[in-house]
Design a binder for this molecule. Structure first.
Ligand code: SF4
Ligand code: SF4
Length: 333
C-alpha cells in the first residue's frame, strides 16, 4: 500500500492557470515525435519573454513568500553569474587527452563539485536557434544536502536547490577560467536558466548515471540528489565512459515517485520524445505544482536511490543479480 499522498488532490492556482499559453509544454518538448530534432526551450529561459511559458516562469518568482534564507541564497546568484571569466591567453598548454581529464578531476578533490565528466558535443543537445563552435561538453555535478532536500516541496529544499545551482555556477566559471588561462577557449553553462544546451543527455553520456522514471538522473553515489553545470570547450579531453547499473530496469518495477507526485505527472511507461523512446514526465501536469512551490523536487527526494547510503547498496545488489553464472556455479539454479 503506498503512503497517503498529502499533496493530493491538488488544485492549481487560477492565477497560474491564467498564464498558461495556448500550446502545451509536451508539444514543445516533442512528445510523440519520431524524428530526432533539436530541443526547443520550454522553461527557464534566460529571457522569459522569449518562450511560450514565460508568464508562468515569471510567476514562479513573483508569487512565493519571501523566505529570508531563500532570498539570501538567490541574491548571491547575480554576482556569481556576472563575475568575469579570465581572458583567453595566447600560449596554449598541451596535454594528452587522458591527462586533461585527470587534471579536470582535481576539481572534485577541491570540493568545488562532486563529479566531473566529458562528452563529445552532439547537435541534438543544442537548442534550436542556438549554435556552438565547441566540440566538447564538460559536465559538473554538485550534490544536494539530503537533510534539506527531503523536506521537498517546502522552501528548505528550494533553498538547497538554489544553493547547489550557485555552487554549480561557481564550479563552471572556475573550470572555464582554468581552461582559458591555459589557452583553450571555454564557455560556462549555469543552470537553472537554460544555456545553449540540454544538460541531462551529455551527463548521461559521460557516466553521471541513468535516466529515471522521474525524468532526472540517478547514480549510485548521489541517487537523484544532485544538480548540473557545464562548460563548453575545444580542449582535447578524453571522454568519460557511460555507466549503467540497472536503474532502467529497477524503475520499470518501482513506482515510489509515481505515487508521490501530487499531479500524476510521472507515467508508468516510456514515451517517444523527439525520436527517442524514454522516461518522460508530463510537463503540463508537473508545471502547476512546480511553479507554486519553489521547484517541487518531491520526486527526486523520495527516490530510494537518493537515500544516503542506499544507492551503492542497490547498485551492488543489482550487479550481483545480473552477473552471469560461472561454470560449476549452481547457486542460481
Ligand atoms: S522512485 Fe523508483 S521509479 Fe521513480 S525514479 Fe526512483 S527508482 Fe525509478
Ligand atoms: S517535480 Fe513535477 S514530476 Fe516531480 S513530483 Fe513534483 S510535480 Fe511531480
Amino acid at each position: 500500500m503506498p503512503k497517503k499522498n498529502l499533496h493530493r488532490p491538488f488544485t492549481a492556482d487560477p492565477e497560474m492557470l491564467a498564464r498558461l499559453p495556448d500550446i502545451t509544454g509536451n508539444e514543445i518538448n516533442g512528445v510523440g515525435e519520431e524524428q530526432v530534432r533539436q530541443p526547443s526551450m520550454v522553461y527557464w529561459a534566460p529571457d522569459p519573454d522569449d518562450i511560450a511559458f514565460g508568464k508562468v516562469q515569471k510567476w514562479f518568482y513573483k508569487h512565493e513568500p519571501k523566505d529570508p534564507e531563500l532570498m539570501k541564497v538567490r541574491a548571491r546568484r547575480g554576482p556569481i553569474l556576472e563575475a568575469p571569466v579570465p581572458d583567453l591567453v595566447t600560449d596554449r598548454t598541451e596535454r594528452a587527452p587522458h591527462d586533461w581529464t585527470a587534471a579536470l578531476e582535481s576539481f572534485v578533490e577541491t570540493g568545488d563539485c562532486e563529479r566531473v565528466g566529458v562528452a563529445r558535443m552532439r547537435p541534438e543537445w543544442i537548442f534550436d536557434h542556438h549554435e556552438t563552435k565547441f566540440s566538447n561538453v564538460i559536465m559538473l555535478g554538485v550534490q544536494h544536502n539530503y537533510n534539506r532536500l527531503k523536506s521537498a516541496p517546502d522552501q528548505v529544499a528550494g533553498t538547497d536547490v538554489s544553493h547547489q545551482y550557485n555552487r554549480a555556477a561557481i564550479a563552471a566559471k572556475k573550470v572555464a577560467g582554468w581552461l582559458r588561462q591555459q589557452g583553450w577557449d571555454a564557455e560556462p553553462v549555469c543552470g537553472p536558466m537554460v544555456g545553449k544546451i540540454l544538460m541531462i543527455p551529455p551527463a548521461l553520456e559521460c557516466g553521471f548515471g541513468e535516466l529515471g522514471k522521474h525524468g532526472s538522473l540517478i547514480n549510485p553515489e548521489f541517487g537523484s540528489g544532485f544538480r548540473l553545470g557545464a562548460v563548453l570547450t575545444d580542449a582535447p579531453f578524453a571522454i568519460t565512459p557511460k555507466r549503467e547499473f540497472g536503474v532502467d530496469d529497477f524503475c520499470s518495477r518501482c513506482r515510489v515517485c509515481e505515487d508521490a507526485c501530487p499531479t500524476f505527472a510521472i507515467k508508468p511507461k516510456k514515451e517517444m520524445v523527439r525520436g527517442e523512446y524514454k522516461w518522460y514526465v508530463d510537463f503540463d501536469k508537473c508545471i502547476p505544482f512546480f511553479a507554486e512551490t519553489s521547484g517541487c523536487a518531491i520526486c527526486i527526494a523520495v527516490c530510494p536511490w537518493t537515500l544516503p547510503g542506499v544507492g551503492l547498496k542497490l547498485a551492488a545488489k543489482l550487479a550481483r543479480r545480473d552477473k552471469p553464472l560461472q561454470r560449476g556455479d549452481t547457486s542460481k539454479s
